[in-house]
Design a protein around this ligand. Structure first.
Ligand SMILES: [Zn+2]
Ligand SMILES: [Zn+2]
Length: 148
């Protein structure tokens, strides 16, 4: 069953029915469902379920929490380096768990994404306080564009 909504969201991203945003959404509202259709799987989001509403490319989209996670996961397949950069520009230093929670990048993909942006952007890995969760752990931050 899980594959069904995943495939549906994937094909919507491919067809353009769901936007591939250039920037991460800045606003997101989470609440109880109001029996409106999910923009991911097209099923109703009932009051027993969690609804995530987000503004993307000037549109307001509604998702089941799992569908939104899936959507971000699909977006981050090819956009993880961009998402990572944007997240760290918005807030840093951040640990892997906080980067993942905010951007939808799998924790396991963060280091790979970091390696991909390093030729153009100087990154710092440090043991320090994470701005997100306040834990003392391995955190990432952006030092700035790499100078030639
Ligand atoms: Zn859904
Ligand atoms: Zn953190």
């Amino acid at each position: 069953m899980a594959r069904d909504f995943s495939d549906k969201i994937r094909s919507k991203v491919r067809s353009g029915a769901l936007p591939i945003p250039r920037e991460l959404p800045t606003k997101q509202f989470v609440g109880r469902g109001t029996n409106r259709a999910c923009d991911g799987c097209d099923e109703l989001i009932t009051p027993e379920q969690i609804e995530s509403e987000t503004d993307l490319d000037g549109r307001t989209l509604r998702f089941h929490a799992v569908c939104l996670a899936e959507y971000y996961g699909i977006l981050s397949d090819g956009h993880a380096p961009t998402l990572l950069t944007m997240q760290l520009v918005k807030q840093s230093p951040l640990c892997g768990a906080c980067i993942s929670a905010a951007s939808g990048i799998d924790v396991g993909d963060i280091e790979r994404a970091a390696i991909r942006i390093e030729p153009t952007i100087a990154l710092n890995r440090d043991i320090a306080l994470c701005k997100g969760c306040g834990r003392w752990t391995l955190v990432y931050s952006i030092l700035g564009p790499r100078k030639k």
